[in-house]
Design a protein around this ligand. Structure first.
Ligand SMILES: *Cc1c(COP(=O)(O)O)cnc(C)c1O
Length: 395
């Protein structure tokens, strides 16, 4: 059976009523016949039937044994770090998601968990940076915003030989394009806020483990720490997942066309998209994933913050907002938004130029998206639903 068919039918029809849509069990507790005698559910932090469907669906999608749902992507990351103890070390990708960096630096550092950062696109770096204290390797592939790619299978081999766990933040690729557990990783985390939810209408996080013992440990942490995903939000993610393959396919087609358009435009300097042959890690991307995703980043020939701000306030279809993975196209200016807290030299070293712009290419007709970008690149404000100027607001 094809993956998409399997996915759609992994979402069960309700056994009790035949309801085609998964019921939302909006309850805090469950009646017991006698103490401890119940239908598998006693208290809704510990387990909820709607959340349980999502957890089983994502485990299937990622080819893992156990899925565990959290109130945000960061809560999912937090649960994985709680596997560690004081004195343990983490080896992490150097251009890690800013929220994960903040969590590691400002929360876990004070509990004596140290994180070392290396450029994991070069497997040699990973090999040499592992110490006897390293218990967890943390990679993102693709990374944000310059879409760097690390070789999951090669790093998994190193992790196994050195006795540490490998966790992959698979948010940017989504399981529709890449399944790290099949390539040897132990844990996958997601911000389901992005492609899995897919409609920019919720915050959610997921963890999937390859083996059941590790799954039990994360489930224990989920119940003990309590950052669970609510029943309605679980239902929204399930609904998003139903169209995941269809959406991601089109995100990839649109993003490829946008990247190729940008690459030949005279006002554009660099374009970052793994689907371009010019991308540094194009070959690895091609080997380990079935598509290149919906995010495209680029910098301008006029590499100034002013030029970038002018651009991001000129588009009409691409709306200025953080986040990605939704139906509507979004754009952001990392150096003044998502990456503002990173010192300027570090930002430049990571390839985040002053004029770098990140696009989350949505599901509009791609001709309209390119038209929108072309107008803005040529210095014209969009007439499609353009943002009001300050003067217009005051009038
Ligand atoms: C958004 C994001 C997160 C954090 O997820 P939230 O749902 O916002 O808490 C983690 N990792 C990556 C790669 C992300 O893009």
């Amino acid at each position: 059976m094809q993956a998409t068919t399997k996915l759609i039918h992994s979402i069960p029809v309700d056994a009790l009523t035949g309801s085609v849509s998964v019921p939302i069990y909006q309850t805090s507790t469950f009646v017991q016949e006698a103490p401890g005698v119940h239908k598998g559910y006693d208290y809704a932090r510990t387990n909820n039937p709607t959340r349980a469907v999502l957890e089983s669906v994502i485990a299937g999608l990622e080819n893992g044994s156990t899925g565990i749902a959290f109130g945000s992507g960061l809560a999912a990351i937090d649960a994985v770090i709680k596997l560690l103890k004081t004195g343990d070390e983490v080896l992490a990708v150097d251009d890690i998601y800013g929220g994960a960096f903040r969590l590691f630096t400002h929360i876990y550092n004070k509990f004596g968990i140290k994180v070392n950062y290396v450029d994991t696109t070069d497997v040699e770096n990973v090999f040499h940076a592992i110490s006897p204290k390293t218990k967890l390797i943390w990679i993102e592939t693709l990374t944000n915003p310059t879409l760097k790619i690390s070789d999951i299978a090669a790093i998994a081999k190193i992790a196994r030989s050195r006795g540490c766990l490998l966790c992959v933040d698979n948010t940017f690729a989504s399981p529709a394009l890449q399944q790290p557990l099949s390539l040897g990783a132990d844990i996958v985390v997601h911000s389901a806020t992005k492609y899995l939810g897919g409609h920019s209408d919720l915050i959610a996080g997921l963890v999937v483990t390859k083996n059941e013992q590790l799954g039990e440990k994360i489930k224990f942490i989920q119940n003990a720490s309590g950052a669970i995903l609510a029943p309605f939000d679980s239902w929204l993610v399930i609904r998003g997942v139903e169209t995941l393959s269809l959406r991601v396919k089109q995100h990839c087609i649109n993003a490829q066309a946008v990247a190729e358009f940008l690459e030949q435009h005279p006002a554009v300097d660099k374009v970052y998209y793994p689907g371009l042959k010019t991308h540094l890690n194009h070959a690895v991307a091609k080997r380990q994933s079935t598509g290149f995703g919906g995010v495209v980043s680029f910098s301008l020939k006029n590499d100034t913050e002013e030029a970038a701000i002018r651009f991001v306030t000129s588009t009409g279809l691409f709306k200025l907002a953080e986040s990605l993975g939704g139906v509507k196209s979004l754009l952001c200016h990392p150096s003044s938004m998502t990456h503002k807290s990173i010192p300027v030299e570090k930002r430049h070293a990571a390839g985040v130029a002053d004029s770098l712009i990140r696009l989350s290419v949505g599901l509009e007709e791609v001709e309209d998206l390119i038209d929108d970008l072309e107008k803005a690149l040529n210095g014209r404000r969009s007439t499609v639903d353009h943002r009001p100027t300050t003067a217009e607001i005051q009038n």
